[in-house]
Design a protein around this ligand. Structure first.
Ligand SMILES: [Zn+2]
Ligand SMILES: [Zn+2]
Length: 363
């Protein structure tokens, strides 16, 4: 059992209970598996280390012998099972976190009386919401903060329901089995079903002192601010999923948050794939002689040179002023300017004369 509990928590051998508690809370928060960059393995290590070092008796044993004999760190509840000798497991479990359900599952084939404890992990409800984006936000991506009133994992106990540092005791409702048997009578006889114990949520153990923040539930309803990162180049109606930001559930994983994005149309631009398209109307004389126009782009105004003798529907391409592509957004589509030529509704006498001259020129 080479685990150095002091090293795991990043504290010295002389540190006080308070130091240890502080270090534990910081690390537990950092590695919590429900977090995006959490680390379940480290989280378990930290829990195990804290289970020993926060307990005076266990800490003294650990300091003296480098291991703990009195109970098993966080697995103190393992002795609660009747009819089975756990000593071999508790011995072996010094260095890792084991799952009682797994052991029973292996011994009893997974579908015996302990089936209830082997149910798959419960999952909280998904939440869906709508967000309206401006055209520019959809093109460049955006970050939005939203307030959701939802059931969230309790930050004080990290969802465990235990007051930080509390001992775990055997659940009295299921005697530590994690599941409860129910006999039901029917016309064809009595049959028994097994369901997960509601008191301990299948864990078989409950904290001796429940967390004061969530009253031991591990979750609580509260307003939570969630930051939603919207990638660039979003199309109207697209959906973004934020894993684990849905409703939390006691002793289960949180659901996901689905955000449907609505993009407001822009007054002058249309998005076509990675390109932006806009129309430019010019009078016939400009189409013939060429002109310059100030043109709005996503990156500010530019001067667009319209060459002479441009025709109706011709597209002028302005490179790299379109929609950012890819993760870094460095590749960008183009801005396409579609030429429309305004023809006069009526010609003045002078204009008519000039056009007749043009006709003679073969224009
Ligand atoms: Zn709590
Ligand atoms: Zn129980």
């Amino acid at each position: 059992m080479g685990n150095n509990y002091y090293e795991i928590l990043g504290v010295s051998k002389e540190s006080t209970k308070d130091d240890i508690k502080k270090a534990f809370r910081k690390l537990a928060h950092k590695y919590h598996p429900d977090k995006k960059d959490g680390d379940e393995k480290k989280f378990k290590e930290v829990n195990e280390a804290y289970g020993v070092l926060s307990d005076d008796k266990k800490r003294a044993e650990y300091d003296a012998y480098g291991r703990v004999f009195s109970g098993n760190g966080a697995q103190g509840g393992a002795q609660g099972f009747d009819g089975f000798d756990f000593s071999q497991f508790t011995q072996g479990a010094q260095g890792f976190d084991f799952d009682l359900g797994d052991i029973f599952g292996n011994i009893f084939g997974g579908n015996g009386g302990f089936g209830g404890a082997r149910e798959k992990v419960r999952r909280g409800r998904d939440i869906s919401m709508d967000i309206e984006l401006s055209f520019e936000e959809a093109v460049f991506g955006a970050e939005r903060k939203v307030l959701l009133n939802k059931t969230s994992t309790c930050e004080v106990c990290q969802g465990g329901g235990a007051k930080p540092g509390s001992e775990m005791i055997t659940c009295t409702i299921c005697n530590g089995k994690g599941s409860v048997r129910e006999a039901r009578r029917s016309l064809i006889g009595t049959f028994t079903t097994t369901r997960t114990c509601e008191n301990c949520h299948g864990a078989g153990k409950i904290p001796k002192d429940p967390c004061t923040e969530c009253r031991g539930a591990g979750v609580l309803k509260k307003e939570k601010e969630i930051t939603i990162s919207i990638p660039s180049g979003i199309e109207d109606g697209e959906m973004v999923r934020i894993p684990k930001s849905g409703e939390a559930i006691p002793h289960g994983t949180s659901g996901d948050l689905y955000v449907k994005l609505h993009v407001k149309p822009h007054a002058i631009w249309r998005k076509e794939g990675s390109n932006l398209v806009t129309d430019l109307s010019i009078p016939l004389s400009d189409a013939l002689l060429g002109t310059e126009r100030i043109l709005k782009t996503l990156d500010g105004d530019i001067t667009l040179k319209v060459p002479e003798c441009v025709s109706w529907g011709e597209i002028l391409r302005i490179k790299s002023k379109g929609v950012p592509q890819g993760k870094d957004g460095r590749n960008r589509g183009d801005l396409l300017v579609k030429i429309k030529i305004e023809l006069p509704h009526k010609l003045s006498k002078t204009a008519k004369k000039i056009v007749e001259e043009l006709k003679k020129e073969g224009v």
